[in-house]
Design a protein around this ligand. Structure first.
Ligand code: HEC
Length: 281
């Protein structure tokens, strides 16, 4: 009996002293002396903070700074806040055409009806170039200068990515052809039947002996090249757009974005392909 009282007393005494010791700190935010403190408060490792820790040593200054606000250049695509630009860069929402219903077993989609007049129009609309041309007009001493900024930029892209095969004039006689190292590059003038979207597709994924340019050019750059190819095919391609931008009275300079698209011509080779496919079904 005495043993039991002593044991209970001992346990109580220990408990009381733990509580007393626990409250023996001046900092009111501290939970007091702790047994295995790390169990209660693990060191706070914040994401997006570089602790500057190298082999156990910490750089106190770095530890106070947020380091990961901006991802390193090129790691995460960021297209700015301009809705038009963002739309252009995001995966494009093209509806599958009616053939997909049969070839890919896709059902429940709103396939355009091939029997309706609108089908051809819709099909072309899906593949129109969505990139508006940026045109600048400036006036100096009575002389008005017009510049197509989109084509000027495309010219640079073309010179570094395409010209060695396709040639400066787009006739398929680039230095690679002339050296005899390569063959089979078409003249753009023979490709007027392609829709804007088909040209985009061939540049993006490659075609035949031409490799894919998906890793070299972004969507905006490819669409600007589609405009550039149209210009090879038709020197007046951007004429109306250029003339549509005018200076207001007293204005010295202006930059405007103008939509320019080109529907494939009636003797379109793809249209024929589609028709053939239809016959086969
Ligand atoms: C290595 C040489 C080479 C380079 C570089 C190259 N092309 Fe081509 N390109 C070809 C060849 C070859 C074809 C013909 C492919 C075929 O029809 O089989 C072709 C075809 C095309 C076509 C027609 C596609 C079609 O659907 O019929 C377009 C448009 C085109 N190239 C644009 C470009 C643009 C724009 C660039 C630069 C970004 C480029 N090419 C870079 C060799 C090249």
């Amino acid at each position: 009996m005495k043993m039991k009282v002593r044991l209970v007393g001992g346990v109580m005494l220990t408990a009381i002293s733990v509580v007393l010791f626990g409250s023996c700190v001046s900092d009111k935010d501290s939970s007091g002396l702790e047994y295995m403190p790390d169990m209660y408060r693990s060191p706070a490792i914040e994401p997006y903070v570089d602790y500057g820790q190298i082999r156990g040593r910490e750089d106190a200054k770095l530890a106070m700074e947020q380091s990961a606000l901006t991802p390193p250049h090129g790691t995460i695509p960021y297209y700015g806040t301009d809705a038009e630009e963002v739309n252009l860069m995001m995966p494009w929402s093209i509806k599958p055409n009616y053939i997909f219903g049969r070839t890919h077993g896709l059902t429940g989609f709103d396939f355009a009806d091939p029997e309706e007049d609108t089908y051809e129009n819709d099909a072309k609309a899906w593949t129109w170039n969505p990139l508006k041309m940026e045109i600048s007009v400036t006036e100096k001493d009575g002389d008005v200068t017009r510049k197509n900024l989109t084509l000027a930029n495309a010219k640079k892209l073309y010179a570094s990515n395409c010209m060695h095969c396709h040639g400066e004039k787009g006739d398929g006689n680039g230095p690679m052809m002339e050296s005899g190292a390569y063959s089979g590059v078409p003249n753009y003038k023979d490709k007027t039947g392609l829709s804007d979207g088909q040209i985009f597709y061939s540049i993006y994924y490659g075609k035949g002996m031409m490799g894919s340019h998906a890793s070299l050019l972004n969507k905006k750059e490819i669409w600007s090249l589609v405009h550039y190819i149209r210009k090879f095919q038709d020197a007046d391609y951007d004429k109306a757009a250029m003339e549509s931008v005018v200076l207001d009275k007293g204005q010295k300079s202006v930059i405007k974005k103008v939509a320019v698209t080109s529907a494939p011509t009636a003797t379109d080779e793809t249209t024929e392909e589609v028709e053939n496919e239809e016959d086969n079904i």
